[in-house]
Design a protein around this ligand. Structure first.
Ligand code: PEP
Length: 246
């Protein structure tokens, strides 16, 4: 269960979130919880999460280890903060910052080289869905952005299916639509990495997940977890999401 804070919260607000969140998730279901704040909040988040089952991730990285790349942050730098995960290829990065399937692959390899778990995002835009291209788009993103990994690298990634039309819009894919897309992604992964590896990779659903719809999404066997934007910013709401079975 992963939270993407996007460009929200200062370090002080991060500490305040964890003060409220920690007691609420003490007894939550035994799922893995990851919170991905903006870069400047990573040290505060790691410190606040110490001694809890909550892990911390970044929202992006650059593929070089270091160098003359003004404004960029590398995998080893993120790892040194104590963060364990990194989101790669979020649709907002693809849409506003020119990320492509090719850069997604380079970033995924860089994350793994830095011992970070990449959460690799794929998803179709509204026009793709409306013109019946969902499967083709997902397969292409998987082929170019993920299939270039070696088998032992693939075993360490998490995939997030995030239909672009459902992100931040309040429009959630129905559980059946999400499950169908997850099956398409898993089938494509099976073609590249075989039955066992494709069966084991975790695929999260993301797109307007809220406390009120998480249970029906998670009831789909194809959905292994969720990636949550807006609803992860509030401690009570994200705690309700990660505690969904109760
Ligand atoms: C996201 O940012 O990955 C996301 C799914 O956002 P939201 O939950 O706000 O739609």
């Amino acid at each position: 269960m992963a939270g993407n804070w996007k460009m929200y919260k200062t370090p002080a607000e991060t500490r305040a979130f964890f003060e409220a969140f920690r007691p609420l998730v003490q007894a939550a279901s035994p799922c893995e919880i990851v919170i991905c704040p903006p870069f400047p909040d990573l040290p505060a988040a790691v410190e606040s999460a110490r001694g809890t089952r909550v892990l911390v991730g970044a929202q992006n990285l650059y593929w070089a280890k270091e160098g003359a790349f003004t404004g960029e942050v590398s995998g080893p730098m993120i790892h040194a903060t104590g963060a364990t995960h990194v989101i790669i290829g979020h649709s907002e990065r693809r849409q506003y910052f020119g990320e492509t399937d090719e850069t997604v692959l380079k970033k995924t390899v860089a994350a793994l080289d830095a011992s970070l778990t990449p959460i690799v995002c794929v998803g179709e835009r509204l026009e793709h869905r409306e013109s019946g291209q969902t499967e083709a788009v997902l397969c292409e993103q998987c082929q170019k952005g993920i299939a270039g990994l070696e088998a032992q690298q693939f075993a360490k990634i998490v995939i997030a299916y995030e239909p672009v039309w459902a992100i931040g819009t309040g429009k959630t894919a129905t559980p059946e639509m999400a499950a169908e897309a997850h099956r398409m992604i898993r089938a494509e992964m099976r073609r590249h990495f075989g039955e066992k590896a494709a069966g084991e990779v975790r695929i999260l659903y993301g797109g307007s997940v809220k406390p009120d719809n998480v249970k029906s999404l998670m009831a789909q066997p194809e959905i292994d977890g969720v990636l949550v934007g807006g609803a992860s910013l509030d401690a009570v709401s994200f705690a309700r999401i990660v505690s969904f079975p109760s």
